[in-house]
Design a protein around this ligand. Sequence first.
Ligand code: PEP
Ligand code: MG
Length: 754
Amino acid sequence: MATAISGPRVLLRQLRETMAEQLASQDRLDKIVNLIATNMHTDVCSFYVLRDDNALELFATYGLKRESVHMTTLRLGEGLVGLIAAQAEPLILENAPSHPAFAYRPETGEDPFNAFLGVPVLRAGQTLGVLVVQNRDSRLYGEDETEALLTTATILAEMIATSDFDTLIKPGQDIDLRRPRSFNGQSFTEGIALGQVVLHDPRVVVTNFIAEDTDQEAARLEAALATMRVSIDDMLAHGDMVSGTEHYDILETYRMFANDRGWVDRLNEAIANGLTAEAAVERVQNDTRARMLRSTDPYIRDRLHDFDDLANRLLRVLTANGVVTPRELPENAILVARNMGPAELLEYDRTRLRAIVLEEGGSTAHVAIVAKSLGLVAVGQAQNIVSMSENGDDIIVDGPTGLVHLRPTAELEQNYIDKVRLSAKRRAHYVELKDTPSVSKDGVKITLLHNSGLVADLPMLRDTGAEGVGLFRTELQFMIASRLPKVQEQVALYREAIKLSEGKPIVFRLLDIGGDKVIPYLRAAPEENPAMGFRSLRLALDRPGLLRTQVRALLAAADGGPMKILVPMVTETWEFVETKRVIKLELERLIRSGGRPPSDLKIGAMIEVPSLLFELDHVLPEADFVSIGSNDLIMFLNAADRANNRVSKTYDPIALPRLRALRHIVDMAKRYGVPITMCGELAGRTIEALALMAIGMTRLSMSPPAIGPIKEMILGMELKPIQAAVAAALGEGQSGVTVRDLLLDLADKQGLVI
Ligand code: PEP
Ligand code: MG
């Protein structure tokens, strides 16, 4: 009969001494299993490591036959050890051989042992191995013993991550920790990027696991919890926080968790077992992460994410002077994040960034748009990638398919290097097309334009051969500035943009601030639904100073040349008329002060709020041109947040209702003789662009990398039969096949590359 353990603290101290000794890896492991068995009074202690081929290999044992070390393996899910690894949960049995999952391995001589306790060896929620103790007699191990073994497993996880086990494993095999992993995300952009992981929210690296003085560690934890609670209370009490908003709710949840007795008790227990405060947080966080990785319920995953974030906060408090992963970016940095705002992305050194990978986000969220605008490859919805990645891991982001490969094999990497070469060839082919006019085979001319947001994007006009910039999102420059740009700074910026576009027209859109486009130095009251809140033109008309300054700068920057200004988020015609009045005032001011007015000033309205669709007969006569913002328009039509993939992906943007709405705008613009452009992300995707051309849209503005593929499609197509087929499909009484399927079929018949 095993007696109570002599205390995990003693064991941890002995483990620390063993770690510090000069020993070969195998000798060290042998000594560790001996120590655990002796300390816990068990007949057996075995340590299994998960290999990259999903086999759990016996790496060390005390009590089983020595010859089975590195010989015995169990597949993930096979036997008791495989079960623990697959479920990432401890298993306690009184009589192990009678368990249905028990898999007998004669070479181990395991049969006489009845009492069984196995725990997963976890790191960042991933199972790296399994640690088992066994006794001859039939009994149930207690909670204390389970906790002690879990604590010991934390140390072993660190050992797996940091030791050189290559010498112990057969050639051609590797431990699972370094296994390549692939994620099936959602494509945000074209392009392929190879590089190294940079975690946007860097994990705190815990280096000190074993406590010198347990009381001191308990006091450190208490102090850190207090600091964290105060900081959460402070944030909640902050004047800006409005109860009921999402941010407030998150913090409120944090506050609840921070005071959660169960969580705090588990932390204290881990410390009582001999871990440092930070190692205790990591140990408890490991369980949370393991559950997070296995949970398919989005609600539970979100809550576990909250716990995970809270543990990160606590770790940062505890290691305020500790080691935090440095922020310097490697040459080919690939940002990996749960989510981030566009402003956060813009804070990075863009010359070193190649791609971003998010666990959340939607393809028309502004962070995705900014990524596109920066020429980054971007993929979203890569579930659980943050906890599986380490800073510096090799990673490949495949934009078109949305696949992300973490720690790719050499073959896969070579495959991608070839693909990149091929796509370089394709790009070269697109460059060859740049001076070819984009006219369909049956003579329909389509004007292709760039969506742009930063002056740095504009030289790309030369490579794509686009006819101009259909949408210059002026707010992006404001987002990367540390303070509000003064009028002269704005003039310089717009002048530079005009210069870099080398005579091609640019449509400058007035500031579209709000929603997820946060400008840090313009404080705004939090809103429950910022996308439908006090944003964009609503804010501009309320703060005419901001609007007038921008208009003044734009008119001056034209230097007597042409100028096109686009007004965003027009909900009712009067707002557009009012904006025109402000522009006219500024024009008069310019003339009065002796400045040169633009030779040709055109003012256009964005159609992106559904309400405007029902007074197009009012707004069109007022507008020199109009531009459809499909990102917002479709979000509002579907009542599905563009940044929330769970809902935005559900509704096909070119299905009947949306396409009928778009066709109505096109028809009305034609009737009023007003030029119309599509500037939302829709125009940059081949099949969607085909749908737009099919309903009569001839001006498409898109992210620059989309120009080549879309021009190639235009050059190869007969548009008129497609227009006729879509018109019939949109007519009344048609049902059955979707517009998308119809277009795919038509494109296929014409041999178009979609
Ligand atoms: C749109 O809404 O489609 C648009 C072009 O504007 P933004 O994406 O900047 O909101
Ligand atoms: Mg918009």
